[in-house]
Design a protein around this ligand. Structure first.
Ligand SMILES: [Mg+2]
Length: 267
């Protein structure tokens, strides 16, 4: 298999929900249309502690939504309510200008991601965006179920499978691999690339960052893509190396340190 971005200098892989957007669209559906936040958060904690596979918990969240809403209804609701990370549009524009591909790796369902993206960034970019995600089966009555990309994996979509073929390329073909994520669906990719950016919300649950703290995986926390852009631009400008960024040698941006000091992650 030829890899589309072999030979590029860098590739950015990014989670979609809660990373490119300010709120996770699947969480939004579960909390507002399905069994609610309390049960969803309980399951997230179970996933985090490896007591329930992400795949099974995620399926039950979406099932609770599907009991009452059709796929089209869900898509319209999230399209209306999900907002873009305030730094993403500028970051995305910059990556295009310097020729860095951006690949979305998501546990979400592709038509939902494209609908939200088209609404937030525009139809043209949404059509061209490289998305590696789960699928959805929509029945004749409009109700739906998620179809996992890697049903054999407890992640349902094992994100490491998108990154690893690049990591294993011969040196002259291997791009620098950057990954941005925020939550439990990103645990499969943590530690796979060269640089890991973990989104943090002051006072939030920040499951990916907490997992990395626990497992001693180096990462750079960010509040919005504004800081991802700053770090990546410094890399492209030769002010820092990939190894510096990936090893925790480069400190997080001041505004991130300040925000997290004022309101640390909740346990
Ligand atoms: Mg996420």
């Amino acid at each position: 298999m030829t890899l589309p971005y072999a030979g590029k200098q860098y590739v950015v892989f990014t989670d979609f929900d809660g990373t490119i957007t300010t709120e996770d669209s699947n969480d939004h559906m579960t909390d507002n249309l399905g069994f609610g936040r309390e049960e969803r958060r309980r399951l997230n904690v179970e996933i985090y502690h490896n007591r329930v596979p992400f795949r099974d918990a995620f399926r039950s969240m979406l099932e609770s939504v599907n009991e009452k809403y059709t796929f089209d209804e869900c898509r319209e609701i999230v399209k209306k309510n999900i907002k873009l990370d305030p730094g993403f549009a500028e970051f995305f524009k910059w990556t295009k200008s310097v020729g860095i591909p951006v690949v979305v790796v998501s546990s979400g369902m592709e038509p939902i991601i494209r609908a939200i993206f088209a609404n937030l960034i525009g139809e043209e970019d949404a059509k061209q965006l490289d998305i590696i995600s789960n699928y959805v089966d929509v029945r004749d009555d409009g109700h739906f179920s998620v179809r996992f990309r890697h049903p054999e994996s407890h992640f349902g979509h094992d994100k490491s499978k998108a990154l690893r073929p690049y990591a294993e390329l011969p040196k002259d073909q291997r791009p620098g691999i950057l990954f941005c994520g925020d939550g439990v669906s990103d645990l499969s990719a943590a530690g796979e690339g060269d640089v890991l950016f973990a989104k943090v919300i002051p006072g939030g649950s920040n499951d990916l960052a907490r997992h990395c703290d626990k497992e001693k995986i180096p990462y750079l926390p960010f509040l919005s893509f504004t800081q991802v852009l700053e770090h990546t631009r410094e890399l492209v400008d030769g002010k820092v190396t990939l190894a510096d960024l990936g090893s925790g040698k480069v400190p997080p941006k001041d505004e991130v340190i300040k925000a997290m000091k004022e309101k640390p992650s909740q346990e």
